[in-house]
Design a protein around this ligand. Structure first.
Ligand code: NAP
Ligand code: 8YV
Length: 296
């Protein structure tokens, strides 16, 4: 905010902005936590040229509405890939080895009375990645150091990738026993991970979701965790953040994080800088640095 204030006249939408001021706004800095940014808001901002999003995902923006108005949308891909991949690996291990439960066990003084129960393991598992983009590839590269088999699903083949591709999330789930989900949110991936995919993952299967809550059918996931259709889940994202359903909170076989995958100081600063650089470049040169494909 300090950097934006130094460069622009900034109106803070959450404090209320008069219609005549809104009508003169030419650039928007947005967060993936704010939304949906669609026609009702854009219609009040006829001078808007660019929306710079703080986040690589931009499902908070109704992209067709922005395209229809000729508005450029930018995101912050790349600068967060390594951070999100690191957290994903941590969440996967925490879920399999039950690290949060083990720590609670120690702090509760239970170790005095006996050892923590043996946990499931990553050893011998095959890990499937749904969405082999910038972050998915960083996850896959980290996994090569863990000596596990890797496979993936995406809509398009990637000839340079050494890992086998499956045609659907369900086929990938059938072939794997850890499923890591890292596709964009939005209508095309809504409930892509449903009861069928979870059944295919199987009773020893572990789901790790760091993408968007909308990608997983949350009710089906809760039912699968309760029934033992899958073994466990590690989640960073939810259908209605920051609300997490009580039934999910009650699942001992779930490790639940509050959407923190990119949430280190250094990475959030890099994301903020790229968002600001996009606004600065646009108003200086008429070109954005990292426009999303729909508006590039
Ligand atoms: P990216 O580089 O654009 O990669 C997305 C990948 O998903 C692509 O390889 C794409 O391949 C695949 N994909 C897209 N739609 C698909 C579909 N319908 N079915 C199957 N595969 C599909 O994006 P990224 O930087 O890796 O980020 C991915 C997402 O992670 C973001 O959009 C965001 O929602 C989420 N994210 C979450 C956090 C967090 O804090 N938890 C942080 C960063 C990102 P094809 O086009 O070939 O299908
Ligand atoms: C952030 C994210 O939590 O980049 C994304 O798509 O979900 C995360 O990096 C988010 O952008 C914070 O607003």
């Amino acid at each position: 905010m300090d950097s934006l204030d130094a460069m622009f006249v900034v109106h803070r939408l959450w404090q209320g902005v008069a219609d005549d001021a809104l009508a003169r706004v030419r650039g928007m800095a947005a967060s993936t936590l704010a939304g949906p940014i669609g026609e009702p808001l854009l219609a009040r901002m006829p001078a808007l040229q660019i929306i710079a999003n703080f986040g690589v995902g931009y499902d908070n923006i109704v992209i067709a509405a922005a395209v229809a108005r000729g508005i450029v949308v930018t995101n912050t891909g790349g600068v967060l890939d390594a951070e999100v991949a690191d957290l994903t690996i941590g969440l996967m291990l925490a879920t399999l080895r039950r690290i949060p439960a083990a720590e609670r066990f120690l702090r509760d003084g239970q170790w005095e009375h006996g050892a923590f129960p043996l946990s499931p393991s990553l050893r011998g598992r095959r890990v499937g990645i749904v969405g082999l983009g910038g972050i998915g590839k960083e996850i896959a590269h980290r996994l090569t150091g863990f000596a596990v088999e890797i496979a993936w699903h995406g809509r398009h083949p990637q000839p340079d990738v050494p890992w086998p591709r499956y045609d659907s999330a369900e086929a990938l789930a059938q072939a794997c026993d850890v499923l890591i989900v890292i596709v964009p949110g939005g209508p095309s991936t809504r409930h892509m991970i449903d009861a069928r995919v979870l059944a295919a993952l199987g009773p020893q299967g572990v789901l790790i979701n760091v993408s968007r809550g909308s990608v997983v059918d949350e009710d089906a996931l809760i039912a699968a965790l309760q029934a033992g259709t899958i073994l466990a889940a590690g989640l960073d994202v939810y259908a209605h953040e920051p609300h997490v359903p009580p039934a999910l909170l009650a699942c001992d076989n779930a490790v639940l994080l509050p959407h923190i995958a990119s949430g280190s100081e250094v990475t959030r600063r890099a994301m903020g800088q790229l968002m600001i650089d996009n606004l600065a470049a646009w108003f200086k040169t008429g070109r954005a640095l990292t426009p999303v494909p729909e508006t590039s």
